[in-house]
Design a protein around this ligand. Sequence first.
Ligand code: MIG
Length: 834
Amino acid sequence: MTERLRLGRALLLPTLVAFLLLFVLATGARAAWRAAGDVKSVERRADGVVLTLTSGARVSVAFENMETVRVRLAPRGQFERDISYAVAQVQRDETKATITETREEIQVSSMNGATVRIRRRPFLVTVIDGDGRTVVEDDPARPPSFDTETGAFECSKKRVEWETYYGLGEKAGATISRDTQQFVMWNTDTYAYPRGLDPIYQSIGFYVALRKDKDVGRAYGLFLDNTSRTHFDMGKTDPARVTFGAASGELNYYVFTGGRERAPRNVLRDYTELTGRTPLPPLWALGNQQSRWAYSPESRVREVARGFRESKIPADVIYLDIEYMDGYRVFTWDKTRFPEPTKLIADLRAEGFRTVVIIDPGVKVDPNYYVYQQGRSGGYFVKAADGQELHATVWPGVCAFPDFTDAKAREWFGSLYKKHTDEGVAGFWNDMNEPGVFLSAETPKPDIYHHPMKTFPLSAVHAGDGQADTHARYHNVFGMQMARATFEGLKRLRPDARPFVLTRAGYAGVQRYSAVWTGDNVASWDHLRLSIPMLLNMGVSGVPLVGADVGGFSGMTTPELYTRWLQAAALTPMLRSHSEWGSNPHEPYSFPKEFTDINRASVELRYRLLPYLYTLFHEHTETGAPVMRPLWFEYPDDDRVYLVEDQYLVGRDLLVAPVVTEAATKRKVYFPKGDNWVDWWTGQVYEGGKEVEVDAPLDRLPLFARAGAVIPTQPVIQHTGEMTSAPLSLVAVRGADGASSFYEDAGDGYDFQRGAFRTTTATQQGVSLKLARAGVYSGARKIGALEFLPGQLPREVRSAKDVVLLPSAHKGADGHVFVLLPPSEDVEEFSLVP
Ligand code: MIG
């Protein structure tokens, strides 16, 4: 297997280039292409207009909300049933539009919001913000057009010089901004993908555009909702234009203006209002997760759990990869290697570990296997073009595949999880759901491991939730609908527990159901570097709960690479170490002692900051903001941050600048303009708008807190089960006025929806620090101490009642100084006298 893979890798680049060329050329034949034409007639609707064009196409231009415009173009004049896998099914109020017509134009405006100007000859769309500025406009040199034979279409927008683009989901693109690059959306299993390989596992056709206009950064968003193969050319072919299109279906896209401010956070708010947000994850899923292909047999799993507790490296989750199953049959156990799964899982649980198991979509074709029997008799499997059950080979051998675009099949598959929830399995990992299948005689040549056609035949048939069509149309939603089946199944089976699902493939909206990891990355410094822009771009594609395999999945890691990777990932939304069969160990305690000590400190840092991380997931549920943020998201006016891809923000208040270069012990850090930043370890203050070289010996993650912020922390614990008894501390980052809030609830379940939560807002103003609490959550933790970064301890700390509080003798390992608060009362105001 590994030999084969190596060979595959060596052949990879040349074959890949050749293949991609074919892929592009095949779709580039423009014989039957025609322009959408002129506007022939206008039908007025409450929220916009429906136009008939001279080509016979019909277009609807309507407001989704005040700042979101939706354009739908049906090339053949017939709109399809209006359902979307991306759009969250919630009741929306209709947005009223005002329509005015002149000889040249039709103007559609929302009250107090955006305006769309539609030129009649030819049909061209310009979106304008509430202040009259152009947001984005069709390129008159390339009016929307389509291929009357294949149903493919294309739409081009003018591109302004220096406009940068972010998002487009999970891409291994060479830079954080997508400008002057092009992409295909076609979910593909891409083992050990090299930097720049495209497509990979996810298809999210949403991007955020950003450009500086005088002193202000202005953003907008655009989302192409089409599940067939789509492509985006972000100014590569011609820097003056952005072109997007699809192989078939409707041209159906949304423009998010970002409001008058044209702020990135408004764009994300509106995009995630449309496609949904990640519900609050169970707190344990934010703990340290450990995986490996594969921990087996059960004694090995126990050994790993012990490894963590003995080395005192905190951890919450252990994963079981495919080897736990009986011949890779999903929802079974290998009785020899795992004779007593329920006991194993309970024993792990007693040690504070949750168990997550992998579930693949392939169901072994085996007449004596209950899952296959049920799937077959229920008619739940995908059919080939000839109506027979579709078969393809994956780990179990020849498999059939549930049709996750069929509500009945989803419900059935979701209910299968009962076996594992009864056994105590806490979460589920859906892999191979691009879907990826093994190479076979039928796979188109060249026979390579990243072949985008290493999947079902395009002619396979899916139910499409009432709109039956081919795999060509539904390929990109297969994985997301599998994650949905898992998520919804878990909600039915355990209504009081928040599901944790991890998926490899996805489509826009996948965030409603699942976390996403970046697949089969490589144990290399370049992949460590790449992981940061990849995760950042996932966050601004609406998917906040993301992580990359720490240490690198494919190949051998080194102690230094693993240690730097763990450091870099310690504050990423999801923290999971994982590695392939045959690679060297990737547990944080499995390296020489000096590395293990640093690894422990990295994980401890995460656990200290869990109250803050958890708050950010809550913030996401309310605003759609990502947890891990590119600098431009918070500082769009500072164009020096537009291309920063080796630093990230965690929320608004922490700036992380990990070392991603071998043997480096210093690195340059750019501090975004408008705030001052305080070194977490030394207390040194850095002024925003400057680049500074900082020390970064192996045991140091360059980490900075925003002056004026108040950050909740907790003592080091070994797993999240120990949180309830650990008092909180508040790090008052001195040096500026400011306010921050943090959120607490039970960390699992849904009592928070019935009011059991608390939000604390901490405001620093001059010498005063005030706390305002809202919400009644009986489990809210005491604030045990105020915490100060080195050198920031005030000369005197008084409570409002003028009681002088003294710093405790205890200094944290990170050099912070704690001022203990009286245990009896909830103090609401302090004076911090410098
Ligand atoms: O064909 O389950 O990306 O994380 O360890 C490989 C075995 C299948 C691919 C996943 C990887 C996982 C592996 N899987």
